[in-house]
Design a protein around this ligand. Structure first.
Ligand SMILES: O=C1C[C@@H](O)[C@H](O)[C@@H](O)C1=O
Ligand SMILES: [Co+2]
Length: 302
C-alpha cells in the first residue's frame, strides 16, 4: 500500500557521482531515468550532469517522473552570504523550472568530505560567531527558497560542521522553522553517531525531506580501523540501499507516516557502479520497500 502523501525516489548517485565524475560516466541521463522507471520509483534528484530544464522536463515527462530537489554546497561562513545568494537564486530558478519541491543545502566551509583525511576523526568545529553567521545566512536562503515555491532542507553530512546530533540541535535551535527545514539522512547520522532513531524522533517536526541510505556494518568497522576518508569509504562499499545493510527502516518509515509526513523519501547509496550494478541495487531497495515497509499491518501479522 503506497501512502498517498509520500513520494518514493532514488538518487542518481548510485549511477554517477558528482564528486568523482570519472565513475559511472558511461551512464547517460536517459539510461538513469529509464532504470528508475524499471525499478518502480516516482522520481529522482538532480545530478551535476543533468541538462537544462527544457531538455530534462521532456525526458521526465516521457517517463512520468518528477524531480524532488538538488544539492547546493553553501560556503556562507567562508565566503559570506552575499556571494552565496546569487548562485542560490540560480539554483532555485532551475529547481522551479523543473517543478522541484526542495532545495538541499549543506554548508561546506572547512568540510573534509572531499579531502584525503580520516573522516571518522576529523570534522570542522564552528566558533560561536561562525554558527551565528551560518544560521542567519540559512534563514535568508530559506526565505529566498520560499519565493520560488521551494523549501530549503538542510543536509547534515559526515566531515562537515553539521554532522552530529549536537550540531543539528544547534542549527535547528538557531534557525527559523518557517524557512529552514531538515533533511534526515539515515546513513550519515548512523555513521556519525551510531544511532539513527534519536535524530528522527527529536526533530520529526522539522523533517521535510528524507534520504534512506543504508550502511554495511562490517565495512564501517573496516573503514574506521583503516582511517579512511569519506570518498575512500564509499568506494570501499560503506553505503548501500535499504534491504542490503544494517539499518532497519521500519521504525523510521512508520514514524514518518504516523506524524503525517508528506514529501519525498529518496533512496540514496553512493557506490561504485562498476561493482554495485545500479539497477540491481535499485530493485533490491524497491523489493525491501514493498515487502517490509508498505505491507499493511494485518498482512504482517499473518
Ligand atoms: O545527499 C547526499 C549528496 C552527496 O553529494 C553526498 O556526498 C552524499 O553523501 C549525500 O548524502
Ligand atoms: Co544524503
Amino acid at each position: 500500500m503506497e501512502n498517498q502523501g509520500i513520494f518514493w525516489g532514488i538518487a542518481p548517485i548510485g549511477w554517477r557521482n558528482d564528486d568523482l565524475p570519472e565513475i559511472g560516466a558511461e551512464n547517460t541521463l536517459q539510461h538513469l531515468l529509464s532504470d528508475i522507471v524499471v525499478a518502480g520509483f516516482q522520481g529522482t534528484e538532480v545530478g551535476g550532469f543533468f541538462p537544462e530544464p527544457e531538455v530534462l522536463n521532456k525526458e521526465l515527462a516521457l517517463r512520468n517522473l518528477k524531480i524532488a530537489g538538488k544539492w547546493f554546497s553553501s560556503y556562507i561562513i567562508r565566503d559570506g552570504l552575499k556571494s552565496v545568494i546569487s548562485a542560490f537564486h540560480e539554483q532555485c530558478q532551475y529547481l522551479q523550472e523543473v517543478h522541484a519541491d526542495v532545495a538541499v543545502v549543506s554548508e561546506q566551509t572547512c568540510s573534509v568530505q572531499g579531502e584525503d583525511t580520516n573522516v571518522f576523526q576529523n570534522k570542522p568545529a564552528f566558533t560561536d560567531q561562525e554558527w551565528s553567521v551560518l544560521c542567519k545566512g540559512l534563514n535568508t536562503l530559506g526565505e529566498i527558497a520560499t519565493t520560488y515555491g521551494l523549501r530549503l532542507v538542510y543536509h547534515h553530512h559526515m566531515g562537515t560542521g553539521v554532522q552530529t546530533l549536537a550540531d543539528i540541535d544547534r542549527l535547528l535551535e538557531h534557525t527559523d522553522p518557517h524557512f529552514v527545514h531538515l533533511l534526515y539522512d539515515s546513513g550519515h547520522i548512523f555513521v556519525s553517531d551510531g544511532d539513527y532513531l534519536t535524530l528522527l524522533h527529536k526533530h520529526i517536526d522539522r523533517i521535510k525531506h528524507v534520504h534512506f541510505k543504508d550502511v554495511r556494518k562490517d565495512t564501517l568497522q573496516e573503514c574506521k580501523e583503516q582511517g579512511k576518508s569519506f570518498q575512500q569509504s564509499f568506494l570501499h562499499g560503506l553505503f548501500t540501499v535499504p534491504g542490503d545493510g544494517c539499518i532497519d527502516f521500519t521504525e523510521p518509515y512508520q514514524t514518518l507516516v504516523e506524524h503525517g509526513y508528506q514529501g519525498w523519501i529518496v533512496i540514496e547509496a553512493e557506490q561504485d557502479p562498476s561493482i554495485a550494478h545500479p539497477l540491481e541495487y535499485a530493485l533490491i531497495s524497491r523489493k525491501y520497500i514493498d515487502e517490509k515497509l508498505l505491507i499493511k499491518k494485518e498482512e504482517k501479522m499473518v
